[in-house]
Ligand binder design. Structure first.
Ligand code: SAM
Ligand code: SF4
Length: 499
């Protein structure tokens, strides 16, 4: 192994990029690169970029300006700093990046990360742009983290199971930057998650640009669905919670709905982007479903898992969107009662069909975005308020902001702050919610599971069966021969909520 060199990776955009950044760091670790949180002392800085909206792409160029100054300062001290641009901006803009930002040494698209050791070596003497879609599968070559590194990264992890997209929504760059849909084989995903579990990971989120289009090769040689994959992953010892994202409404098949019914470890929180409440706009977006289809999926999902909470993505000001179309989006927010949602102003992306359609004025987009965000915030606040007084299983992830406090996640992905000893990190414990703030819930460690079975009636807008997750995790823990609550009682602590 060569001498240790410092690497700083900055990730922009979605969870897929977060996962890719870790894999890049793991792959370069074998070349002697050690990660640093600060770009100032790095020898190699990688910006892992996002091209989904114009703002996201522009952020990269302003960050490059900052890193260029660091590179110049290092050069004055006789130190060489290499700058690499990875991710979807790299894929979409290629050579253009080097033209706009001459300090960049290497441009590498998402499908070539496994070639990084070679590319970095070559970039020492020449500028390199690699935005090919190579024939080999990068996942066969990307390195995984060591056990110690996995431990240090915490008790939750993302695992990419699917990449790319064949849907071609008219607003979206993903099919162009990430390429055609590809699913990893079941055996490789299982092996990766077994390694994570062995290092103490308790919760895994299976990710993909269109994750529920998953169709990876199963051990029996036929393509498995995401529902089947979730069943298999749920049997891996130590993994107590599963999530997946992001899904397309037309790919919610029966096996996936059944997985929500049958797998208590599959968390009752589903991110299912709708984009618009107007069928006219959904058709112009090439979303391949109507509002009615979407609501029918939700009805089936809720029949399978009554405590299911939903989130979504919405785009406002898509070309041709009228006030009436927009009102349909506003109405569906209240109709579904989302626990949360992301909303974006439509951003024309070069090369996509919608970019050449007649555009909605910027001020109209801005005004609609405000109105939509208000409706989303109102629904989110109602959902959170409905959690007050309920007891949820919380996976404790890391120390909170105050001494003695830990922060974890509810089944509905809400951050929950609780006073608890650090020895409980990685444990799933019952927490009674006592206080609701805008971005977090505050609670106290609750009585052992048996006492929670008679929790209060469900709130109207909040989680319908607040104990379902608790029961699920308990069952899972019993299956794994663990007594999750024992450690809580041993510490003898039913501790006050907020520090
Ligand atoms: N595959 C997911 C789906 O089918 O909904 C979406 C993945 S995309 C990376 C994340 C979100 O970015 C989309 O759901 C959409 O709301 C938003 N988005 C994508 N392209 C956009 C654009 N051109 N302008 C504004 N928002 C956009
Ligand atoms: Fe983009 Fe999602 Fe549509 Fe694929 S399904 S084109 S990733 S918005």
């Amino acid at each position: 192994m060569s001498q240790s060199r410092k690497l700083h990776v900055k990730s922009f955009g979605c969870q897929m990029n977060v996962y890719d950044s870790l894999r890049m760091a793991d792959t370069l670790a074998s070349e002697g690169f050690v990660e640093t949180d600060t770009p100032e002392d790095a020898e190699l800085v990688i910006l892992n970029t996002c091209h989904i909206r114009e703002k996201a792409a522009e952020k990269v160029y302003s960050e490059l300006g900052r890193i260029r100054k660091l590179k110049e300062a290092a050069a004055r001290d006789g130190r060489r700093v290499m700058i690499a641009v990875a991710g979807c901006v790299a894929q979409a803009e290629g050579e253009e990046i080097i033209r706009r930002a001459p300090a960049v040494d290497l441009v590498v698209g998402p499908q070539s990360y496994h070639r990084l050791p070679d590319l970095v070596a070559r970039a020492a003497s020449e500028r390199i742009v690699d935005t090919e879609f190579p024939a080999e599968d990068k996942f066969d070559f990307l390195k995984g983290p060591s056990r110690d590194k996995t431990r240090a990264r915490g008790v939750t992890a993302f695992v990419t199971v699917q990449e790319g997209c064949d849907k071609f929504c008219t607003f979206c760059v993903v099919p162009y930057t990430r390429g055609a849909e590809f699913s990893r084989p079941v055996a490789k995903i299982v092996a990766e998650i077994e390694r994570l579990a062995d290092a103490g990971v308790r919760e895994v989120t299976l990710i993909g640009q269109n994750v529920n289009a998953y169709h990876g090769e199963g051990p029996d040689g036929r393509p498995w669905t995401l529902g089947e994959l979730l069943h298999r992953v749920s049997t891996i010892g130590g993994i107590a919670r599963l999530r997946y994202t992001t899904s397309h409404p037309s790919d919610m098949d029966e096996t996936l709905i059944a997985a929500h019914r049958d797998l208590p470890c599959l968390m009752p929180y589903l991110h299912l982007p709708l984009q618009s409440g107007s069928d006219r706009i959904l058709a112009a977006m090439n979303r391949r479903h109507t509002l009615g289809d979407y609501l029918a999926v939700i009805t089936r999902m809720r029949a399978a898992r009554s405590d299911l909470a939903l989130s979504s993505d919405f785009i406002v000001g898509f070309p041709g969107e009228t006030e009436e179309d927009f009102r349909a989006s506003l109405e569906v927010v209240d109709q579904v009662g989302y626990a949360g949602a992301f909303s974006f102003k439509y951003s024309p992306r070069p090369g996509t069909p919608a970019a050449t359609m007649e555009q909605v004025p910027e001020e109209v987009k801005a005004e609609r975005l405000q109105r939509l965000q208000k409706a989303i915030d109102r629904n989110q606040a109602a959902f959170n308020a409905g959690c007050h007084g309920h007891t949820f299983d919380v996976l404790l992830e890391k120390p909170g902001r105050h001494a003695g406090q830990l922060v974890g996640r509810s089944p509905y992905l809400q951050p929950v702050q609780v006073m608890a000893p650090a020895s409980l990190i990685g444990e799933i414990v019952p927490v009674t919610i006592l206080e609701i703030a805008s971005n977090s819930l505050f609670g106290e460690l609750a009585a052992p599971a048996g006492r929670m079975a008679n929790d209060d009636a469900a709130p109207t807008r909040g989680p319908a069966e607040s104990n379902a997750g608790a029961r699920g995790a308990d069952a899972q823990a019993r299956q794994q021969g663990r007594t999750r609550h024992a450690s809580v009682r041993e510490e003898g602590d039913v501790i006050a909520a907020r520090a």
